[in-house]
Design a protein around this ligand. Structure first.
Ligand code: ZN
Length: 463
């Protein structure tokens, strides 16, 4: 005989609580861990100026404090200057752009290093950006900052590094037909720690950035070179040597889908700028499957490497990857060299990760002229529905904006670095699906509409 013991009411409640705790707590932990906030975005568009600032949150108290101090100082400097100036004109605004690159490096002893590079551009009129750079090389364990010397074997190593740098810089100058005096190159690569502030450990080697603008008024640029691992490894301490076998590129085969089933549907292309982001882009990717949706990402070159797994995932799952340039500068204000670099470098970093060069370009602010179109040799994709997501910051309003304005052949502009944009997009998809819409990439849309993309049209819509 079995005795059936019935739980009384309190017992049931207690049991329910226990179950909720057992299932719920790990679930919460899992989600918060997966999507820990890892950066901050500030976007402000005032009457006569605009600010676009992105900076990382490393969860290292001391480092985060120093980053915030740097950002606040730049912001203050900018606002104080703008305050004293008369408005720059109707079609232009003063501008502050701070973008960053972060590379986390682990040495042989499993010590973690953060390499964070900030590029700050200020536009104060006169058709020229003013650039400044700041790099942090941070040792997580000791909470100290490192210089290139800490990575090099002995005193003479910096001399050798200087010789390598001179060589690769001259090569870069030749390849890009730049008119830069050899004396300047000597000066900027000379044995001086100040010349080697901005360096990064990459798979291919050591990347060094030389601020040409510091010594030549003619250039507002940074020259970026890579010293291949084979050579730089001779100068690096054992624990920092770059593994040479990591160079092999893996082949990513994106998921293909049969477009025939979308033939009779209304089509809409959701596009996401300014990413990728390790947190919010992944949230979006998680949500797309439910709506059988593929979207297009116009990514920023300077964010690609730090978010390489996210980029791979997006591409692998059948989404399209386009370029939004490297630093998000207004292409109309740049000289030829800078313009080419903005486009070329972005295509290069994307190709390094997913194996193919993007063919679509969305210029920052949608700004492009005939000359840049020619230089880029890419299809220029603008938009027809501007959600103003960065401004309303509200998922309901964003979804409503999309649904109310949707039409067959529309291109929607969103930003996958904001949670409200991602949630708003998914909400809109939920509603549009019921109205018979299918969610396609730009290239899928062109194919389904029998449009061959050319290099002169600015595409705002496909109908
Ligand atoms: Zn943008």
């Amino acid at each position: 005989m079995t005795t059936k013991r019935k739980l009384n009411k309190t017992g049931k409640i207690a049991l329910a609580i226990v179950i909720i705790i057992i299932i719920g707590v790990p679930a919460i932990f899992f989600f918060t861990r997966k999507y820990t906030k890892d950066e901050m975005h500030i976007l402000k568009i005032a009457e006569n100026y605009q600010m676009k600032i992105d900076y990382p949150i490393t969860h290292q108290k001391k480092l985060d404090q120093q980053i915030r101090e740097y950002i606040n100082l730049e912001k203050e400097k900018f606002l104080n200057t703008v305050d004293l100036k008369i408005p720059v004109g109707e079609s232009q605004k003063y501008e502050l752009i701070i973008g960053y690159q972060i590379i986390k490096q682990q040495d042989l002893n499993k010590n973690m290093y953060y390499h964070i590079h900030f590029e700050t551009y200020t536009y104060l009129g006169e058709n020229q950006y003013i650039r400044s750079d700041k790099t942090f090389h941070y040792n997580r364990k000791n909470k100290t900052h490192l210089s290139i010397n800490d990575y090099l074997t002995e005193d003479k190593a910096l001399e050798k590094l200087s010789i390598f740098s001179y060589y690769y810089m001259m090569q870069h100058i030749e390849e890009n037909s730049l008119e830069i005096d050899e004396k300047l190159v000597k000066q900027i690569t000379a044995v001086d720690l100040d010349n080697y502030e901005h360096f990064f450990f990459k798979d291919e080697g050591l990347e060094i950035l030389f601020p040409l603008y510091k010594i030549s008024a003619e250039y507002d640029e940074m020259i970026k070179i890579i010293i291949p691992s084979k050579e730089i490894n001779q100068l690096l301490k054992d624990q920092y040597k770059i593994k040479e076998n990591e160079k092999e590129k893996e082949q990513i085969v994106p998921k293909k889908r049969d477009l025939a089933k979308y033939k009779d549907k209304k089509l809409i292309a959701f596009t996401f700028d300014d990413g990728p982001s390790g947190t919010t882009t992944n949230r979006l990717l998680d949500g797309l499957e439910k709506y059988d949706a593929k979207v297009t990402f116009f990514v920023l070159g300077n964010r690609v490497e730090a978010n390489r797994n996210t980029l791979k995932r997006a591409y692998q799952e059948g989404n399209e990857i386009g370029s939004h340039t490297y630093n998000h500068r207004n292409l109309l204000l740049l000289n030829d060299y800078a313009r080419i670099q903005e486009i070329k470098e972005t295509n290069q970093v994307i190709e390094n990760i997913i194996g193919i060069k993007p063919t679509l370009l969305r210029p920052p602010y949608g700004n492009i002229n005939e000359e840049t179109k020619k230089i880029s040799n890419m299809h220029i994709i603008e938009w027809g529905i501007d959600t103003l997501d960065w401004k309303t910051k509200d998922k309901e309003l964003i979804a409503k904006e999309i649904v109310d304005n949707a039409y067959d052949g529309a291109i929607v502009l969103l930003h996958d670095i904001y949670e409200f944009s991602v949630e708003g997009a998914l909400l809109a998809m939920e509603r549009l699906e019921q109205e018979g819409y299918a969610f396609v990439t730009i290239s899928e849309m062109a194919k389904l509409k029998n449009i061959t993309l050319d290099y002169t049209t600015l595409y705002h819509r496909f109908n």
